[in-house]
Design a protein around this ligand. Structure first.
Ligand SMILES: NC(=O)C1=CN([C@@H]2O[C@H](COP(=O)(O)OP(=O)(O)OC[C@H]3O[C@@H](n4cnc5c(N)ncnc54)[C@H](OP(=O)(O)O)[C@@H]3O)[C@@H](O)[C@H]2O)C=CC1
Ligand SMILES: CC(C)(CO)C(=O)C(=O)O
Length: 295
């Protein structure tokens, strides 16, 4: 494939991993940043990766991208509107890489003209300071199945990120939700890494959180069962190293708002809508909303 110009909005943990993958696949990368930095570098299990991305600090510094990758926290998507307006030429695909189940909804208010591609990523990555990311696991993505998903897989072919098309993206998003629904709130509230889930008492709590999420996921049309939740519970410290945290923990450690309204929020709201009790998730949501970001 001819080298493409790829703009990454949100060059934190996931954006850093994606920028590195795009560079590895032979493309030109522009990082559209909120907090400026000079160089992007990743520490990975295979060693240090320097990413020669161009850095844009204002929307008028970037134009003409062939692809746009959006990878901020969901609550930060409204603030990216000026970048999206500058980059949305009606033909460049916009890849929405978030946790949760609100992919298209998160940008609906902008009325974007370009084709949208909802995406999920499985990776353990931590942004330690602007321009520096630690990736502690391999990276695997699921994108909505179809011609655009196939083009995106071809775009990043040759990078270390494995991309699969999900024919049933709703189920794929709720499956990923199961990975986050217990781990992210519990690590953020306890300020512990994923090894906190090895404790039998915490695992029991996580089981309750997951059982509610499976019931809501089913009511929302996702084809998941308790065995999917069990696989998640068994998988945390097998898939990710025990010293991995979660994106919500890292935000709390950095004194930033956490993504609870877009992870636990849809489970609680879905429970309310479908008449499914979600006491575990409601309790976690109440506690997360009551946390004060560090001043
Ligand atoms: N970290 C992980 O391992 C994983 C995260 N995810 C999901 O991926 C998504 C991104 O998370 P993650 O990468 O961890 O988050 P990070 O906080 O590491 O990165 C988000 C980045 O978005 C930037 N940003 C926010 N608002 C704007 C804006 N208006 N313009 C430009 N940049 C902006 C932030 O800038 P600033 O530097 O100023 O803060 C930050 O660099 C989330 O939905 C998360 O749940 C999914 C799988 C794994
Ligand atoms: C899968 C996991 C837990 C990996 O870091 C994640 O998605 C997150 O941190 O938000």
């Amino acid at each position: 494939m001819e080298p493409q110009h790829i703009a990454v909005i949100g060059s934190g943990a996931v954006g850093g991993v994606l920028a590195a993958a795009a560079h590895e696949a032979g493309h030109r990368v522009t990082a559209c940043v909120r907090t400026p930095f000079e160089k992007l570098a990743l520490d990975t299990p295979e060693g240090r990766q320097e990413v020669p991305a161009e850095i844009a600090t204002a929307p008028d510094e970037v134009a003409g991208a062939d692809w746009v990758l959006l990878s901020t926290k969901v609550q930060d998507v409204p603030g990216t509107e000026p970048w999206l307006r500058a980059l949305d030429d009606g033909s460049a695909p916009i890849v929405l890489v978030h946790n949760g189940v609100e992919h298209r909804r998160s940008v609906a208010a902008f009325g974007l003209r370009g084709p949208l591609l909802p995406a999920l990523i499985y990776v353990a990555a931590e942004r330690t300071r602007p321009g520096h990311v630690i990736r502690r696991s391999g990276a695997r993505m699921f994108v909505e199945g179809g011609a655009l998903g196939a083009r995106f897989a071809a775009l990043l072919a040759g990078s270390g990120v494995r991309i699969e098309e999900a024919e049933d993206f709703r189920t794929a998003a709720w499956r990923k939700m199961l990975v986050n629904i217990a781990a992210n709130p519990i690590t953020a509230l306890t300020l512990r890494r994923l090894d906190v889930l090895d404790s039998p008492e915490v695992r029991e709590l996580a089981s309750g959180v997951l059982a509610e999420a499976v019931a809501v996921a089913n009511a929302e049309g996702a084809a998941l069962s308790w065995s999917d939740a069990e696989a998640v519970l068994d998988g945390y410290t097998k898939t990710f190293s025990a010293d991995s945290g979660t994106s919500m923990l890292y935000d709390r450690l950095a004194g930033l708002p956490t993504e609870h309204d877009h992870i636990t929020g849809p489970v609680v709201a879905g429970g309310r809508e479908h008449g499914i009790p979600t006491p575990y998730n409601r309790t976690l949501l109440t506690l997360l909303r009551a946390l004060r970001p560090a001043s």
